[in-house]
Design a protein around this ligand. Structure first.
Ligand SMILES: Nc1ncnc2c1ncn2[C@@H]1O[C@H](COP(=O)(O)OP(=O)(O)OP(=O)(O)O)[C@@H](O)[C@H]1O
Length: 334
């Protein structure tokens, strides 16, 4: 695992008037997924590619576990960093197994037998049963399956960091959603530190622990989906994340944030008569359940105790949304 720290990182391409990335500073904690979002040309890809030194910064530093990437040999650095892009770029004349294996061979450090079992392990991990897919050629795979191979290939060296640049951008909506679910599943197993460029705010909310919003090369806001929705730093972020959309807010706020503390609202003596709801339910689902059951309140159950967390009501739910809107922005860099 690895922590990535950006310190005043700047990229000024020769012949351009303004920097593509302008003094950006933030930290991606190890094992977390940070989504880079922003309008086209805001510097997302440039920022990403400076991590594995496909682009060299003009100034500033990128530290991986405290070590400046510029002090490392780029080839060795890339061994520790998986890279997945939209154009998977599989070798058409090689089988799937060979496509995965060739990356490991190029980066080195694996003996042949270990490599063969590693390839099968990786195909399994990305949901391509090896007995079925090992010997196929890229043209015999769908776009989504090819993208899975791309991910397997990026994982061959067991890197601690994954850089993903719009990996699912060319897939249809259903396949894209499936791939996002797969990535979440895989990430639960592998705990990589992931930096992921996306144009799709829904994707960013679904996959990201934190979201970095870029505009014209600058970091405008950094925060969790809930923070961005509840406290957008400015109208640009607000528009980008759709913070005016109350339904979306409800999807990302937890039912635990909206416990009704008023003693007159629901007495715990009546909890046994009310429908239960799990603590990890969103306010959106809680609202649907309140409406569909017509119950005055829902009891938030606690799996590790007989005593529920409390109850949520329509009133407490509305109050929580209004409260979060009045709070001040979390973090702005400029
Ligand atoms: N090699 C280059 N030489 C000069 N300018 C470049 C180069 N690569 C990118 N740029 C410029 O740098 C800025 C940031 O580009 P970048 O590709 O990082 O943005 P992005 O946010 O990833 O965009 P998109 O979402 O459209 O992919 C843009 O204005 C782009 O035109």
């Amino acid at each position: 695992m690895a922590t990535i720290v950006f310190q005043q990182i700047t990229k000024h391409y020769a012949g351009t008037n303004t920097p593509a990335v302008d003094a950006v500073s933030f930290e991606v904690p190890e094992g977390s997924t940070c989504m880079l979002v922003g309008t086209s040309g805001s510097g997302k890809t440039t920022l990403l590619r400076m991590v594995n030194r496909l682009i060299e910064p003009t100034s500033g530093e990128i530290l991986i576990d405290g070590k400046n990437v510029l002090s490392e040999n780029p080839i060795q650095l890339r061994r520790r960093i998986g890279y997945v892009i939209q154009q998977v770029g599989l070798f058409p004349h090689l089988t799937i197994a060979e496509n995965v294996r060739v990356t490991a061979e190029i980066t080195g450090g694996w003996d042949k037998r270990k490599l063969a079992s590693r390839v099968d392990e990786l195909l399994d991990l990305v949901g391509l049963p090896p007995h079925e897919f090992r010997k196929r050629y890229p043209r015999q795979l769908s776009g989504g399956q090819q993208q899975r191979v791309g991910l397997a290939r990026a994982l061959t060296t067991d890197p601690s960091i994954l850089l993903m640049d719009e990996p699912f951008g060319a897939l249809d909506a259903i396949t894209r959603a499936r791939m996002q679910d797969e990535l979440l599943r895989i990430q639960r197993d592998v705990h990589k530190t992931i930096l992921f460029v996306s144009h799709d705010i829904e994707e960013a909310f679904k996959l990201g622990n934190q979201i970095a919003v870029l505009s014209e090369g600058r970091l405008v806001q950094m925060g969790s989906p809930v923070e961005l929705l509840a406290r957008p730093a400015n109208s640009f972020v607000s528009q980008l994340v759709g913070a005016d959309n109350r339904m979306r807010q409800l999807q990302f706020l937890s039912v635990l944030d909206a416990i009704d503390g008023r003693p007159e609202a629901v007495s715990s003596a009546h909890w046994g008569d009310l429908p239960g709801i799990a603590a990890d339910t969103s306010l959106f689902d809680a609202l649907l359940q309140l409406l569909s059951t017509n119950a005055p309140a829902l009891v938030i159950t606690n799996p590790s105790s007989d005593t529920p967390y409390g109850a949520v009501t329509l009133a407490s739910l509305t109050q929580q949304i209004n409260r979060s809107r009045q709070e001040t922005p979390v973090e702005t860099t400029r």
